[in-house]
Unconditional design. Structure first.
Lengths: 311, 320
């Protein structure tokens, strides 16, 4: 029973260990792991791995309990039973998710042949074509049950699609580049525009102080050029809420930057003039401050790929 | 745990989209997303896929105490509690009003019975007064094990028996009262002298519907508080078979074998045995009919075609 305990100290407390053991027994029963071919020991090992991944070594008992309780135990058992190669589990998985895999791929790629290619590729990874230490490794072994298995599959497929797109962009031929005219494109002039350092500093100060959600909305709307509906759906709120938030943020940012400029020795008139003159430059500034990675377009041309599984 | 420097894995990104992460974790992922274009790209593409609602809706995310679902359910529960409390209080108030009505109808009788000890009452009956005397000993709710003999209950006990013990069925003390009845019956000329004795206090079920009364085939009195859907046996007297019933509002009369005649003036809460005596003759035949046109005027028919009439609610009788 020690594998699911990230903190060795807990093992010395019989009551705590017994409490977790009871919880894990309930989760195992709920997961129907036995029917899928997953043994209790394997299930324990999976939970231990998840606890070590998401919790610090000195995590409190209630944190472990909370984490275990929040897991999608049934889908976790199914994924891990598939990863372990249990045939019945694969039958269940394919029955539930095979069609969905192709549907998701179709939505992401918007093109049937590419969609089939993406789905087949993901399916191969799920089944486990790669080997590690002579063992077949299934991508399903990285599913941890934090969200639904379907949600995880969607994310994995999107990630794979983004990576493919970026690889494809890097491998673009000279002829294609010539056709697109990118070799004759005007070099970026953003850095050439001189901006008052005080404006940059004031903008930095204000942006750093923004709550994460506000920064996310600003970045998604102004940098990624997402629609209000897309941002709203990601955050689980109504489109009008995002619309109001963007409007309010723009006004609030201007006020706060003016105030910050005032603190840096500018008069109000000077601050207003600085903002009016440098509106485009200020936007450039926001872009550089908000974005961790520069690069426009739907998918960044930056060399770093999207985070790989488990990174 | 993923930091701003480390990209969250697909598990966390998928769970973020489904809102199934704990609040702190959700915030940390959002913090990362606000600075990471790549992850924003993935999350945005994942979140905008059709059919995601199914997965999101079943996410076991932890909600804050002030989140809307909690408020909605809390409001619903509060409404239920308020309505339930109002209904309960209203029922209790109506029940008390019924009790008050019952008690108001016979305050004098109760007070006289309560204030005079049984011995004094018996003494009064043996004085041979020309005017008929009526001694009503109101029996109170008591358990068989209790040995309070014929002591009259205190007003507090009466209130308790009338209100507090409405749901407790307890046998009466007919035996204790009978010995006094034997001493107190006395004829006086043509005027009947009636001795009444205490009987059982029957349970009173608190409802708002007017009770219905009936006699079962085996001669027991039954009452219904739910318009006849269910019937409750009312214990009036032990081993007595009743064949005649007259119910008029709160006034209930039941008659049966060997001249057994019982009267309740409080809708069956308390019962008093009435022993009609006319011209020195006590009613001993089986009663087959009881009729009361109003509270005072009644007629009792016996199995031998004897007719006993009262014009004062059973205090004096005449035989025809």
């Amino acid at each position: 029973m020690s594998v699911f305990m990230p903190n060795q100290d807990f093992q010395s407390e019989p009551g705590v260990a017994a409490g977790l053991d009871t919880l894990i027994a309930e989760l195992y029963q709920k997961s129907k792991g036995e029917e899928l071919g997953l043994t209790r020991q394997e299930f324990d090992a999976v939970l231990g791995e998840i606890a070590r991944k998401y919790l610090p070594a000195d995590a409190a008992h209630h944190d472990i309990r909370e984490l275990y309780t929040s897991l999608r135990s049934e889908e976790l058992a199914l994924a891990r039973a598939c990863a372990a190669g249990h045939e019945h589990a694969w039958v269940v998985f394919l029955t539930r998710y095979r069609e969905k895999l192709y549907d998701i791929a179709g939505y992401i790629t918007k093109e049937s042949s590419t969609a089939r290619e993406l789905a087949d590729s993901i399916y191969a990874e799920l089944y486990g074509t790669t080997t590690r230490d002579g063992q077949r490794t299934s991508k399903l072994a990285s599913y941890t049950g934090r969200g639904s298995l379907e949600g995880w599959l969607r994310t994995v497929m999107v990630q794979e699609h983004v990576n493919r797109y970026r690889r494809q962009r890097r491998l673009v031929s000279l002829d294609e580049e010539k056709e697109e005219g990118s070799q004759f494109a005007t070099p970026a002039t953003e850095a050439a525009i001189a901006v008052d350092p005080r404006v940059e500093a004031a903008t930095d100060e204000v942006l750093v102080a923004l709550p994460p959600e506000d920064r996310y909305v600003l970045a998604s709307y102004f940098l990624d050029e997402r629609t209000l509906a897309e941002i709203a759906r990601t955050l689980g709120v109504h489109e009008s809420t995002i619309s109001r938030k963007v409007d309010k943020l723009a006004k609030s940012l201007r006020k706060q930057i003016l105030a910050a400029l005032g603190r840096r020795g500018m008069s109000r008139r000077q601050a207003q003039e600085a903002l009016e003159v440098d509106v485009r430059d200020l936007r450039v500034n926001i872009r550089s401050r908000l974005a961790q990675e520069k690069g426009g377009g739907a998918f960044s041309k930056k060399k770093a790929e999207a985070p790989a599984d488990g990174s | 745990m993923a930091t701003v420097e480390d990209h969250p894995d697909p598990n966390l990104l998928g769970a973020f989209v489904e809102k199934s992460l704990a609040q702190g974790e959700q915030l940390r992922v959002l913090e990362h997303l606000s600075r990471c274009t790549s992850c924003r790209e993935i999350v945005s593409l994942t979140a905008t896929q059709p059919g995601l609602g199914d997965a999101v809706s079943v996410a076991p995310g932890r909600a804050g105490w002030l989140s809307w679902p909690v408020l909605r359910w809390g409001a619903a529960m509060a409404c239920i509690v308020v309505v339930g409390t109002v209904v309960t209080l209203r029922q209790q108030r109506e029940s008390r009003q019924i009790e008050a009505t019952i008690l108001e109808q016979k305050p004098e009788k109760q007070i006289s019975a309560l204030s005079s000890p049984p011995a004094k009452a018996a003494e009064e009956t043996t004085t041979g007064a020309a005017k008929p005397t009526v001694t009503r000993q109101m029996a109170r709710a008591t358990r068989p094990a209790e040995n309070h003999a014929a002591a009259a209950p205190s007003p507090l006990e009466m209130a308790d028996a009338g209100v507090g013990s409405r749901f407790a069925e307890v046998p009466g003390r007919a035996k204790a009262a009978e010995s006094q009845d034997a001493q107190s019956i006395k004829a006086a000329g043509n005027t009947a002298q009636v001795e009444t004795s205490g009987a059982a206090v029957v349970p009173l079920v608190s409802t708002n519907l007017p009770p219905r009364w009936t006699l079962s085939s085996d001669g027991t009195l039954e009452r219904s508080r739910d318009s006849g859907r269910s019937w409750q046996t009312i214990q009036v007297a032990d081993n007595t078979i009743f064949r005649a019933l007259a119910a008029n509002g709160l006034e209930i009369w039941v008659g049966g074998a060997a001249g057994a005649l019982f009267h309740s003036s409080d809708a069956g809460q308390h019962w008093t045995q009435v022993r009609p005596v006319a011209n020195g003759e006590a009613l001993g035949d089986d009663i087959i009919g009881v009729e009361f046109a109003d509270t005072l005027h009644g007629k009792v028919t016996t199995s031998v075609q004897g007719i006993w009439i009262t014009a004062d609610a059973g205090q004096s009788w005449q035989k025809q």
